[in-house]
Ligand binder design. Structure first.
Ligand code: HXC
Length: 257
């Protein structure tokens, strides 16, 4: 039983995980981290889910790490417990993860959204890394992922001034995959997830792995990795089926395995 998240299955092979701490604008405390990382890990391993949507409320995707929980802690405690290291579990989720963001996505909220593979934003969304206004810096990967997503100029601007940006600026900057009217965010996110989940699962998982490799390696190694996993897909049922379906002018029936 989870208290800070709600897990639903709104369409076949699609999971919808909604952050649910409305009184704290979905601020991420330790309980949320444990529940969310466990839920996503289990959905990932279930074999029944082809895409996962992660969303919050209309007012806030996530307003940051829980400041009240963090405030009294000492350096030794933060260091000994390796605070925030638990979030690395999200990077081991192989199923495509879609962040559907409305309202505030600040600090840890922006960082959580950036750990997802696609970032869909309602026109009400606002992004930022305001940690500097609290006397700290991003601690869940923001200085690295934001810089890779939008470049040094904008990342420095947001991280050094704490300024937040609206969804359209985030979309122009390359942080956001698609900008969507707020009223349609949930249904659009489920539609995108349904589309991805209808693809060959092994191809989708492999595609995600290949794109992510671009952030970890040089071009020659990355292209070689891509070619090797491309070759490997020719050992799958889904490759035979996908290409046969094209030639026979019919929809493919992927086995998702
Ligand atoms: C704990 C939070 C919170 C947070 C909001 N709340 N954000 N509690 N941690 N990150 C709580 C408020 O205290 C308040 O509780 C309730 O949620 C509603 O918030 P309000 O401030 O009353 O709402 P509003 O006036 O609409 O302002 C919304 C807001 C503001 C602009 C998002 O709440 C805000 O600035 N929040 C903090 C944003 C932030 O700095 N995030 C980064 C955190 S550090 P009560 O009980 O008073 O009603 C981080 C990085 C971690 O994420 C890595 C560094 C260590």
């Amino acid at each position: 039983m989870t208290e800070t998240i709600i897990i639903e299955h709104p369409a076949p092979r699609v999971a919808l995980v909604t952050l649910n701490r409305p009184k704290a604008l979905n601020a991420l405390n330790l309980q949320t981290m444990r529940e969310l990382t466990l839920a996503l890990t289990e959905l990932d391993r279930s074999g029944d889910v082809g895409a996962i949507v992660l969303t919050g409320s209309d007012r806030a995707f996530v307003a940051g790490a829980d400041i009240k929980e963090m405030a009294p802690r000492t350096f030794s405690e933060m260091h000994a417990e390796d605070w925030f290291a638990g979030w690395d579990a999200l990077t081991r989720v192989r199923t495509p993860l879609i962040a559907a963001v409305a309202g505030h996505a600040l600090g840890g909220g922006c960082e959580l959204a950036m750990m997802c593979d696609l970032l869909l934003a309602a026109d009400t969304a606002r992004f930022g890394q305001p940690e500097i206004t609290l006397g700290v810096i991003p601690g869940m990967g923001g200085s690295q992922r934001l810089t890779r997503a939008i470049g040094k100029a904008k990342a420095m601007d947001l991280i050094l001034t704490g300024r937040t940006i609206p969804a359209d600026e985030a979309e122009r900057s390359g942080l956001v995959s698609r900008l969507i009217p707020a009223a349609d965010l949930r249904s659009e996110a489920i539609a995108v997830a349904t589309k991805i989940a209808s693809m060959s699962h092994i191809a989708a998982v492999t595609a995600k792995e290949a794109v992510n490799r671009a952030f970890e390696t040089g071009l020659t190694e990355g292209v070689l990795f891509e070619r090797r996993v491309f070759h490997a897909l020719f050992a799958t049922h889904d490759q035979k089926e996908g290409m046969a379906a094209f030639t026979e002018k019919r929809p493919p029936e992927f086995r998702h395995a």
